[in-house]
Design a protein around this ligand. Structure first.
Ligand code: PGA
Length: 250
């Protein structure tokens, strides 16, 4: 049985105090027991949020990015070692906003994934197509390429530490959600690809999240799809009531 996950991506939102208050509220909320919750916070918030959650088995912390080098003269950047030292366990990598606004390529993200794993942290690897690609019917090819180039350099042992998030770019922050069928189709294709590369057992145990305008009102239907193992949630993760409702939608 693979792990079901509700991950929040706060992006560049919430002051430090607001972030701590939100983490506290989620920590104290009535939540379904077997769901892993991950809070993807701004780097500034990692240590404070990790402190609040230090005894929690069920709520974990993720950074939203890291640099590909371990240290050095990279003003303004954050290293994996720094992230680990805050108590965070996960790093979101390859988000479409990083690809779009910072020119991140599959090759660069692949390097970061290796580094993150070498520090004992777990990557949440984002993939997903833009609207013209879907309209041209090339979305499955594109996501297959992202998954192959971003992840398939990993050993089977390392691959099993990865969480995948399929996030169609046209659904992120737009209020337009992929239909449960569209999400399921893509997730099944990703799982098949993993099975071809690493075998059925590993494919079956890989958590594949859907992201893109997940809300309390659509989460249940999305999470009910056989290959959708949870969500990576942006806007609706910024308020405790909506995020807890999503956590309780499995
Ligand atoms: P959204 O963002 O839920 O606001 O669409 C999802 C994401 O970018 O991870």
């Amino acid at each position: 049985m693979r792990q079901l996950i509700a991950a929040g991506n706060w992006k560049m939102n919430l002051t430090y105090q607001e972030g701590l208050a939100l983490a506290e509220a989620i920590h104290n909320a009535q939540r379904a027991e077997d769901i892993l919750v991950i809070l993807g916070t701004p780097a500034i918030h990692l240590a404070g949020v990790s402190e609040i959650l230090k005894d929690s088995k069920q709520v974990k912390v993720a950074a939203q990015n890291c640099h590909k080098e371990e240290k050095g003269a990279y003003t303004g950047n954050i290293s994996v070692g720094m992230i680990r030292s805050t108590g965070a366990d996960y790093v979101i990598l390859g988000h479409s906003e990083r690809r779009e606004y910072h020119g991140e390529t599959d090759a660069l993200i692949a390097e970061k994934i290796k580094l993150v794993l070498s520090y004992g942290l777990k990557p949440i690897y984002c993939c997903g197509e833009k609207l013209p690609v879907r309209e041209a019917g090339k979305h499955i090819d594109l996501v297959a390429q992202q998954v192959t180039e971003g992840l398939f350099h990993l050993s089977a042992e390392d691959f099993q530490k990865v969480i995948i998030a399929y996030e169609p770019v046209w659904a992120i922050g737009t209020g337009v959600t992929a239909s449960p069928e569209q999400a399921q189709d893509m997730h099944r294709c990703i799982r098949t690809l993993i099975a071809d590369k690493y075998g059925a057992a590993i494919a079956d145990s890989t958590s594949i999240l859907y992201g893109g305008s997940v809300k309390p009102k659509n989460a249940k239907e999305l999470f009910a799809q056989p290959d959708v193992d949870g969500g990576l949630v942006g806007g609706a993760s910024l308020k405790a009531d909506s995020f807890v409702a999503i956590i309780n939608s499995f």
